[in-house]
Design a protein around this ligand. Structure first.
Ligand code: BGC
Length: 765
């Protein structure tokens, strides 16, 4: 993206250097008591702080470079600097690069009374400079090790650039592809989402937070943001307790259990209360019930938005509500810094609330080692060596290949033959170096992805012809602007059709531009935007041997393509190494193994659509109209959750539950044999689902409860074993209590959520 250096920015940077010249004493010695525990250090520091300094720790300012939300009133650079020098700023976001971070850190450490270092936050969502696939794509790999590694690399690069806190992972479950932010999460399933949340937290935070290449993670957005009504961003959320406890909260709980240091709340309201003001979520569930001892940051000015929602009259009331509810830090809202100290003095907010929040924030700073060396992330040599190196590119290439999902492969059009073929590569996204970077890439450089064209050009045995077919976009493609793929200009279509006429295979790269999904990018249509459908149909008239490569940030409705195009590959937005990963799959150097983390609907009317739905009282097709269905569409999705093909084929046999009746405390052993019956070595994601047939709260028709990635050579067979325990068989009741109920269960094993392989068992008390 373009980073517009506004006038205020220039003022700020020069101001930084001016402040830098005055050389006050470093007051760090006041808090240098190494042998004490972190708790003792925090208590001792807290006892020296004024009320305003404590409130200052709860204040976070944007650092003028990258604006990732509307700029709230009052946020002038001049005020920010005054506050920074007074010790009234605990954190900054969007300051990056060792030099810049060092400057703001120096002011905090050397110019303020107590010299408390800043925690520096940034949206490191899927990589810093070297970009991994967007998180939804990575989730399609189901490969927890690869996902953890990808987060590790992101942390290494971000920390080398001065950052010590990422606003990731985004762990919001969503069933609505209209919502643009589904690209940022792990899809629709709480079980898979919980595993991925843990892997990402471990990747960012590593095994020792005090190292200079690990950073604090932030599970967001707490909570239920992914259930925005009608998929419109920032919208109302109104869901029942069963959905909250069983679908929304599990990935957050998993992140907390994995030791995540921070959480971010969100813009939505939940059942009438803006969640930034929700004591129920932040204080009662997160801090009291789960025992979370890190801190909660608001989302961008979301404390102000409590007023706009109509839940607080003014900033004073918003500050009171948010702080008592457990929002510890105010992101770029100017509410806490302006209101909180007075609220305490007036006896409206208890000082313990401020102490609790400050203690939490200081603890994370101590754990990061910032008090031992506030400049530990600011080494320019480290910055040069550890950003964008080959090892990082190899790792993101690896996870990019694993993220690709083969949706359909009729006539075995793929893998492509390596020699003697004439291939046409067509599509407005085929030569794109920007779009594959997705919409969260503030630390990276524009136009740095390997395009599909570049990836395919490395295979020299075939003749490759390229036609874009459509000009890409109308307007500016940037983080803050709307973009659309050409809706009017058909001048390139004819050329593409002519080229397609005389080739063996046509590869068409269509989908969404990277800036068509993400925050603020909800859609009411899920089709191929612009004239792409027309281009596809025109080319199809000339040559039916089409491989459709989709690059997009959300499930799309591609019913026509599914009916007509023999081969379809879901390649998402795969980051820096995108084109290399796609070419390697098209040519069979990597045998695709990804599985969908989100259901693909047939049409928008089916949304929200998800595999773990409830049965209803009228699920069965009847000769009359009185059953749960549509009169103009099937109920079933186009591609179900967990679906994904390989160039190989896999055969399941010998599916066994070892026993028929089990006590609630038993482990239930389940085995199945898997054989690679195809022509290639390959990998299958073996999935296990259960159905609890009768529940005091009705249970979904299927719930994912286990999966395993199995590599099999051609003709090889392996026995796969799962062990279910009460952890997988129970659920949360409407009081948020985890219960396990005796009764009959069905268990399913296979390569997707619609597998028919079924066994049964009974659970007794
Ligand atoms: C987003 C957050 C993000 C924050 C800071 C907000 O608009 O909702 O996910 O971390 O901005 O950039």
């Amino acid at each position: 993206m373009k980073h517009h250096l506004r006038k205020s920015t220039i003022y700020c940077i020069s101001a930084l250097f001016l402040f830098g010249c005055s050389n006050k004493k470093n007051n760090n010695s006041m808090i240098d008591t190494k042998k004490e525990t972190i708790k003792e250090k925090v208590d001792s520091l807290l006892s020296k702080m004024t009320l305003e300094e404590k409130v200052g720790q709860m204040n976070q300012y944007n650092g003028f470079w990258d604006v990732t939300g509307p700029v709230p009133e009052g946020g002038t650079a001049k005020i920010k600097f005054e506050h920074l020098k007074k010790g009234w700023v605990g954190s900054m976001l969007n300051v990056r690069g060792t030099e810049n971070v060092k400057e703001v850190q120096r002011i905090a450490v050397e110019e303020t009374r107590l010299g408390i270092p800043l925690i520096i936050g940034f949206d490191v969502i899927h990589g810093y400079k070297t970009l991994s696939p967007i998180p939804l794509a990575e989730a399609a790999s189901w490969d927890l090790q690869a996902i953890e590694k990808s987060a590790r690399i992101a942390a290494i690069e971000a920390s080398a650039s001065g950052i010590n806190w990422t606003f990731a992972p985004m762990v919001d479950i969503s069933r609505d592809p209209r919502w643009g932010r589904v690209m940022e999460g792990a899809g629709e399933d709480p079980f898979l989402g919980a595993k991925i949340a843990k892997a990402r937290v471990q990747g960012f935070q590593g095994d020792d937070l005090s190292k200079n290449n690990t950073i604090a993670a932030c599970a967001k957005h707490f909570a239920a943001y992914g259930f925005s009504e009608a998929g419109r961003d920032y919208n109302t959320v109104d869901i029942g307790t069963s959905t909250l406890y069983n679908s929304v909260l599990p990935p957050f709980k998993s992140a907390v259990d994995a030791g995540v240091k921070t959480l971010m709340n969100s813009f939505n309201e939940l059942n009438g209360v803006p969640v930034t003001a929700s004591k129920f979520l932040q204080r009662d569930i997160l801090k009291d019930k789960w025992g979370f001892n890190g801190f909660v940051v608001s989302d961008w000015a979301s404390i102000n938005e409590i007023i706009i929602w109509g839940h607080a009259e003014n900033k004073r009331q918003a500050a009171k509500l948010a702080s008592t509810a457990g929002s510890d830090m105010d992101m770029e809202g100017y509410v806490y810094v302006r209101e909180l100290a007075q609220l305490v003095k007036d006896g409206i907010v208890k000082e313990e609330i401020i102490d609790d929040a400050t203690r939490r924030i200081l603890t994370v700073k101590f754990e990061l080692g910032l008090f031992d060396d506030p400049y530990k992330y600011c080494d320019p040599e480290n910055e040069k060596q550890n950003i964008g190196n080959k090892e990082h590119h190899d790792a993101v290439l690896d996870v990019a290949k694993k993220s690709i999902v083969l949706l359909k492969n009729e006539n075995n059009l793929l893998p492509l033959k390596k020699n003697g073929q004439k291939i046409a590569l067509i599509g407005p996204l085929a030569n794109e170096k920007n779009s594959p970077l997705g919409s969260w890439r503030l630390g990276s450089d524009d136009n740095t992805a390997i395009s599909v064209l570049e990836g395919m050009q490395q295979y020299k045995g075939n003749t490759l012809l390229f036609e874009k077919g459509l000009d890409l976009i109308e307007g500016e493609a940037s983080f803050t602007q709307h973009v659309n793929i050409n809706t009017t200009n058909r001048s390139e279509i004819k050329k593409a059709v002519n080229t397609a006429k005389n080739v063996d295979v046509v590869i068409m790269v269509l989908g969404e531009h990277g800036f068509q999904s993400g925050e603020g990018r909800s859609r009411t249509e899920l089709n191929l935007p612009g004239l792409q459908q027309e281009l596809l149909e025109e080319v199809y008239k000339a040559n039916k041997n089409i491989v459709l490569v989709l690059t997009n940030g959300r499930p799309l409705t591609i019913e026509w393509a599914d009916k007509n195009i023999p081969t379809i590959v879901e390649a998402w937005q795969l980051g820096s190494q995108s084109g290399n990963a796609i070419a390697s799959v098209l040519y069979g150097d990597y045998n695709p193994s990804g599985k969908l983390p989100m259901t693909f609907p047939r049409n928008v009317g089916q949304v929200p659509i998800y595999y773990n739905y409830k049965n209803t009282g009228r699920p069965k097709e009847e000769p009359n109209v009185f059953w749960s269905h549509y009169i103009d569409s099937k109920n079933t999705p186009l591609y179900p959750f967990g679906h994904g093909l390989s160039y190989s084929t896999f055969e399941y046999s010998n599916f066994k539950v070892h026993g028929s009746s089990f006590n609630i405390n038993d482990f239930i052993k389940i085995t199945v044999d898997l054989k690679n019956t195809g022509e290639f070595d390959g990998k299958e994601v073996v999935q296990l689902y259960i159905r609890d047939l009768v529940g005091s709260i009705t249970r979904p028709v299927r719930e994912l409860k286990g999966f395993e990635l199995v590599n099999l050579k051609k003709d090889e067979t392996k026995t796969i074993e799962f062990n279910l325990s009460k952890k997988e068989l129970g659920f949360y009741n409407n009081d948020g209590k985890f219960i396990v109920e005796p009764g009959k269960f069905e268990v399913f094993v296979g390569g997707s959520s619609v597998t028919k392989l079924k066994q049964e068992f009974e659970l007794t008390k």
